[in-house]
Ligand binder design. Structure first.
Ligand SMILES: Cc1cc2nc3c(=O)[nH]c(=O)nc-3n(C[C@H](O)[C@H](O)[C@H](O)COP(=O)(O)OP(=O)(O)OC[C@H]3O[C@@H](n4cnc5c(N)ncnc54)[C@H](O)[C@@H]3O)c2cc1C
Length: 467
């Protein structure tokens, strides 16, 4: 063992190590610092020092990110002043769907209230969160240092630290894996002789392609963002979100063979093949500021660490490393925040040694926070026939039919819209859509569309003159 302070056994217990400086890791570090004297965040990438910037460990930052109001609220509570910093940096807090041109699988949303959503650069979100978390003197970052394994105690039943690339040990009373979708935790556990978690996976084979544009000035424009959703009979869609500095980030999406191209010349054609021409109309005269970038690997995948009977003390897995979602529903960052909040509750009043001994219970408490987002993403993905995964049970099929009608109602009815977006933003529990008054509104037959065709533009927004 080396002689650095972190590797003295007596210094180890009140030291927590978090692997991964993504949102899940940083927010976990923030709450662990309430119980541990020192928290070290180990990050594989060299982190940008001078402001928001792309880095390879978070490739998804090149694609549209929305942060639902629940995520904004929880992060603001953990890191006071964060929302103001994000808005100062160019993010916008929009009312969804009111500030968007939004074509749902059923019809256009009218200009109804729903839930606030923060849009802007994902790199800015990471930068502001990192700056706020590192303002705590108990938290330090070791960047440019990939973790490559776990250290076990002599009893073999507990994790006592990690190894960094090159074999350097880092001792800790608690290790949190927040290394995202590429997490190697199952391999690391197996190397110590522990079982690996069961996995549930649903893959709708959704592909992304994103491109940055200069937003053309238009004083008459009445929307701030756009979302043209696909649906099983037309599985192509697109999102346009402001990035600050008069820039738009446009993300095109499609399932399976409908995945969008990353060739510049085909990007616009794909936008023209959506259920509405609105997105194509918006960008055809806009100047691209980047080449398109693709992203595949959007499966929902849950590694059930919370169900493992035999797991080591002193080890937790959080964020995308434990549960990742098809990103099209925009839930990963909010779930990372909710998970940090649940971690905070689960460790309240415990000593570091008690936290270490309670990791099984804490893993279950944090895993619960992913359940609603998981249910939304997987039941919606199962509408697409090519989705791979366990088939929907009867309850899911009933839920899908009911949610189709909720969507129809929410398109135009302000009361339903608010409840629908309350659930989608993870602010209200899904049973808010199951009360008797809501069910009567949802099931009234007059709302059902007579034809699956939808107009090119919503009634409250005429097409642009040249379209
Ligand atoms: C295309 C796409 C679009 C998305 N859009 C949205 C959206 O609109 N809204 C939303 O809420 N969520 C969205 N998400 C999800 C969101 O990006 C994640 O849920 C969120 O980033 C939380 O992730 P995380 O912190 O668990 O992992 P990540 O953000 O992936 O961070 C993991 C970190 O671990 C580091 N790391 C990896 N391996 C090691 C190692 N061995 N040692 C040390 N460090 C390591 C990485 O470098 C990285 O910094 C999207 C995801 C994708 C893929």
């Amino acid at each position: 063992m080396d002689d650095t302070p972190d590797n003295h056994p007596e210094a180890r217990d009140d030291h927590a190590v978090v692997l991964g400086a993504g949102l899940a890791g940083l927010l976990a570090a923030r709450v662990l610092a309430e119980r541990f004297a020192r928290v070290t965040v180990v990050e594989r990438d060299e982190l940008p020092r001078d402001g928001p910037a792309f880095r390879p460990g978070v490739p998804q930052s090149r694609h549209a990110h929305v942060l639902w109001s629940r995520g904004v609220d929880v992060m603001e509570r953990l890191l006071p002043g964060l929302t103001a910093a994000l808005r100062e940096g160019g993010s916008a807090l929009l009312e969804s769907p009111r500030d968007f041109l939004w074509l749902s699988p059923a019809d256009w949303f009218r200009s109804v209230p729903g839930a606030p959503v923060l849009v802007g650069s994902r790199e800015l979100i990471d930068w502001c969160v990192r700056r706020a978390v590192l303002g705590d003197p108990r938290i330090r970052i070791l960047d440019g240092r990939p973790a490559d394994g776990l250290l076990a105690g002599p009893d073999g039943r507990s994790v006592t630290g990690v190894t960094l690339r090159g074999g350097e040990p880092l001792a800790a009373g608690l290790v949190v894996d927040a290394t995202g979708r590429t997490s190697k935790a199952p391999t690391w556990l197996a190397a110590l002789g522990h079982p690996v978690p069961a996995v549930t996976r649903y893959d709708s084979h959704l592909g992304y392609s994103s491109r940055l544009y200069a937003a053309p000035p238009d004083p008459g424009r009445r929307w701030h963002g756009m979302y043209v959703q696909g649906r099983p009979d037309s599985p192509r869609g697109g999102v346009l979100v402001p990035q600050g500095g008069d820039r738009w980030l446009v993300t095109l999406i499609g399932n399976g063979e409908h995945a969008p191209s990353t060739k510049g010349e085909e990007f616009l054609d794909f936008a023209g093949s959506l259920r509405s021409p609105a997105l194509h109309d918006a960008i055809r005269g806009a100047t691209p500021l980047s080449d398109p970038t693709g992203f595949r690997g959007t499966a929902n995948e849950r590694r059930h660490y919370e169900r493992m009977d035999r797991r080591p003390d002193g080890f937790l897995v959080l964020g995308d490393a434990a549960c990742r979602f098809n990103p099209v529903y925009g839930h990963g960052m909010t779930v990372a925040a909710l998970t940090a909040q649940a971690l905070q509750g689960a460790i309240a009043g415990l000593t570091p040694a008690q936290v270490r001994a309670a990791t099984h219970r804490i893993q279950r408490a944090t895993a619960d926070e992913a359940s609603v987002a998981w249910q939304i993403a997987t039941s919606e993905d199962l509408r697409y026939p090519q989705t791979e995964g366990p088939p929907p049970d009867r309850a899911t099929r009933v839920l899908q039919r009911y949610m189709s009608r909720v969507m129809v109602g929410a398109n135009a009815d302000p009361a339903l819209s608010s409840r629908f977006f309350g659930v989608l933003s993870l602010s209200t529990p899904p049973n808010a859509l199951l009360g008797p008054a809501t069910m009567v509104r949802v099931l009234s037959k007059w709302r059902l569309p007579t034809s699956p065709a939808t107009p090119a533009y919503p009634p409250h927004h005429p097409p642009p003159p040249a379209a």
